[in-house]
Design a protein around this ligand. Sequence first.
Ligand code: SAH
Length: 466
Amino acid sequence: MLLSITTTRRPASDLSYLLHKHPEKVQQVEIAAGAVHIFYPEVSEERCTISLLLDIDPIGLVRRNSGPGGTNEFALEQYVNDRPYVSSSFMSAAIVKAFSTAMNGRCKDRPELVNEPMPLEVEIAVLPVRGGEEVLRQLFEPLGYKVGFERHPIDEAFPEWGESRYYTVRLSNTTTVQQLLSHLYILIPVCDNDKHYWVGQQEIGKLLEKGKDWLPGHPARELITLRYLKHQKSLANQALEMLLQAEGESSEEDTKERKLRTHDLRLLAVRDELLLTGAHTVADLGCGEGKLVKLLWAEKQFERILGMDVSFRSLEIAKDKLKTDRLPPHQQKRIQFIQGSLTYRDTRIEGFEAAALVEVIEHLDEPRLAALEKVVFKYARPGAVIITTPNAEYNALFEDHEEGRMRHSDHRFEWTRQEFETWGRQVAETHNYSVSFKALGEEAPEVGALSQMAIFITKDTSYVKR
Ligand code: SAH
């Protein structure tokens, strides 16, 4: 199967800086399914083409396909299937392997080329497209591509058999090479509507990473997400939630509060409570930009710290602030950031001695709160859980207070002390925890403090010392 990328930007031969140097040589890389040959059929000032020829080893494919997931998806189709002859998720694997530097937006010798949109044409020799022409246009046109194609008959010798789902596709657009590769990486298997491997949670990460700049605004994002995640509805819903969160949200707490710097005090109070639990492993759920993680990191007691948030952008900021990539290896092992949603069960947050949710619950619609409750208290079940949320009664003290107005536009509810305690007691009872409540911040007469905290301690294990 063959994929070619051509540019007419002058000098066109610059393409080789971005994609693969030494246009005069045929080069090779290996992927699990076979060999990828990379070569330049045309190199001139006016026009430069690079081709990927993916040579799948059909027998090896059948034999090797007993990897993660454990099933041999080709068992029935065995040696007779279209995989060696069409572009599919194998082509995505080849693109990543052959063009990883360009996909990551790097170019050592000519860094200025990375962000330069250039006229690019792509030809995919054989692409299976479920849903045909309409789907092809639906996927590529919103990204600015002109789409040309030729549909192949099932068998040229028997025209009466009709058309197949195989197309030769030609795409042209003016965009950066990095964007083009990320589009192809995701949309080739989406057209094919199949994948050669088992699809799990980590596949969401790939989709969000490669699609973050263009998928949230794509009109067919639902179709893309569903097909990319092999029609697993729960994974697709999670991915969509994360995509949309990443797009338009601001996770910083209210400016009013920032002025008061009460948020920092709140985080110190949570850190102290976590220290008191005696926990060595802690998960900061809805960690935002990682302020609590940073405080926890300074405490030797915490051997393993996980920060989880639904927002990709916040996590990027968190990692940047903590400079996690520059930590020595033993420190890198201590801290991990993951993207995830607290309204879906996630095994990655299981097994922690303690967890904190600082000013997170009020960001969820009340019905979703029931899902969070289960995810945290039923499935993840940390020994101790610290939850903080605003105290709605305190809002009366804000100068510009209006009845019913919340502190932050993204808050879905704000509770009085009574409401929070009622909720907390019910959660504790349902899931076999004890619970106590504390004011967070200075307490004013009648209305109490700015925020409130609930400390849940499990009744069914003894590892949490207080
Ligand atoms: N705990 C941090 C951030 C609080 S802001 C701090 O105190 O500084 C609320 C955070 O909850 C945001 O970062 C938001 O992205 C996150 N959040 C909202 N809904 C979420 C969900 N369903 N799963 C995980 N995180 C969520």
